[in-house]
Design a protein around this ligand. Sequence first.
Ligand SMILES: [Zn+2]
Length: 401
Amino acid sequence: MKEILVKAAEIIIGNGEMLEDASVHVRGNRIADVGPDVKSPNAEVMDFSDRVIMPGIIDTHIHVSHDGQNPDPRESSLFTDEYLAIRGAKLAGQMLQYGITTVADAAARSDVSFAVKQAVEKGIVRGPRVLACGRMITITGGRDRIYGPNEADGIDGVRRATREELGRGADFIKLAATGAISSSRTESFSAQFTLEELRAAAEETHNVGKMAHAHAYGDAGVQNTILSGVDVVVHGHPLSDESIDMMLENKTLLMPTLVTYYESQKHHDDGDLPDYMVRKERELFPLIESGIRNSVKKGVEIVLGSDTGMPYTPFGPSTLMELELLVKMGGMSEMDAIAAGTLNAARSLKIESDTGTIAPGKSADFLILGEDINPVDDITSLQKLGAIEAVFLRGKRVIAE
Ligand SMILES: [Zn+2]
């Protein structure tokens, strides 16, 4: 089995810790050892002893059926599923060069996200590890039908829909606990699934050892999500003190997807976004910062998810921008923001035994950063040209400058 020993000046582990003058020993596709005195006589030595190494970044929220450019997300309805899958595979593939080694598709029409996952797994296209939730599960009329949700009502109906998505191969489950900005006929803050319906979905998901994520805005939907046992509140804004305390008490993870609002609000006067999106975002955006800051201050566990694919969120750069905003808007330390995109992100998808930190036994997914690049000193440095010098995924160097 091929062995390599990568020497580094600093190794960011991904769990908030850092090692100095240490090495990563890779055997095959796994990390065999990491530390200051790792011995491996048979390994090929790669000397990066003036560089920083960090885990591959995990983005837990992308949409491969959207292109991240078009200001109207309904654009996807112009195309066949087959076209969306081909385009999505290409777009997700681009994320590797930004240091993103794992992505999770957080709702796509039909089988599009599963097709992208298969294409990458089979090596037809080069790309990060892909996880997919299949279709979003919503109440009847909860989303615009052009997005292809799995509509379900009542406890039995939601149970069945959850089993359906799991049966189709979903790696995690995505629920709509409230209406959405990108849906023309729903309001962001209106609660949709009841507490009991959400609980049934969470139960079915947990029965097979997977994680449930729920899209939610406003106290009613956010609190239904938390109380139901769903694992991750997606978006969550505006976050009240009461909701924050409930998340802490129930150990619910929070995925604030800051970059999607931050980029979109720059374009509110352009006239290109659908009117209903501008109206809902204008109402929401000023309320986001104080809630996320309070969540961070009180110790809610934050997960990196960018909502890449939505308007003005291109594949790759948006994930790095989300890291920056977790620091600048959320008030996180650089190290904690990195953990949000590594260990916490892995936990939110229950893949932390496989990836998310540089630790023995895990998949060898890590980045060698460019000269003078250290995200712990400056999180924006990851966005510089040449910041990601090499990307290792499952022990293979997949991107090299
Ligand atoms: Zn989304």
